[in-house]
Design a protein around this ligand. Sequence first.
Ligand code: ADP
Ligand code: ADP
Ligand code: ZN
Length: 217
Amino acid sequence: MQVVFLGLPGAGKGTQAVSITEEFHIPHIATGDMFREAKAAKTPLGKEVQEYLDKGLLVPDELTIRLVRERLGQADARHGFLLDGFPRTLPQAQALDGMLAEEGLGLTHVLYLLVSETELLQRLTGRRVCPDCGASYHAAFHPPRSAGVCDRCGGALIQRADDRPEAVSVRLRENLERTRMLSEFYEKRGLLATIDGERPIGHVYDEIRQALRGDHS
Ligand code: ADP
Ligand code: ADP
Ligand code: ZN
């Protein structure tokens, strides 16, 4: 199972990824999380990408592709993965095809979570995340059981720097056209499953499960 999660920032990819990895036992590989970790640890990569992250701009393809190539080379990704936030550009999609082809593999599913822009704005500006385990919450739509505390690990929730309104609009602009192009790219290849991402979290997951089980049950 080689799965790509496509969707604009705020579509619910991270939220759904938690359930998918638990049920299907594939590693969740999120480029945004990896970049944020590198930034927090002040590694050379982290220093290089910091400004892009803070502004909401895409990190250059070359750096991003190198990161994913290294990650997919690790043992736990040999038997499948869920890629979240990659590819975000056509050159990244082509590079991914190349990496998989080298191993005699190909993508099995591309899940496209579709959510309107007005809904995305509300989701992103109200999002709170756990810096310790990556879980995503929302002040109104998906509050934690105890205010400000992660249900999963007890971490203290924070607002991401790029969920401020200025950076949110940059991120949507950066990704709108590219996401549309990627959805067409995968549609043509017969890999795309479009999922209504505006429904409640559990309903969205039911649709995802159906799409993934379609030819794997
Ligand atoms: P969201 O969860 O809102 O979709 P991410 O956490 O996936 O956002 O990404 C956060 C930031 O990390 C992006 O704004 C961008 O700077 C960088 N990033 C993540 N994935 C990619 C990618 N595939 N290509 C370029 N930049 C990326
Ligand atoms: P992404 O990883 O695609 O950027 P997240 O999973 O972080 O998106 O979700 C963005 C925000 O929207 C979070 O605050 C999350 O709690 C909330 N959210 C996710 N799915 C839904 C949903 N189906 N309905 C309402 N809010 C949602
Ligand atoms: Zn947590």
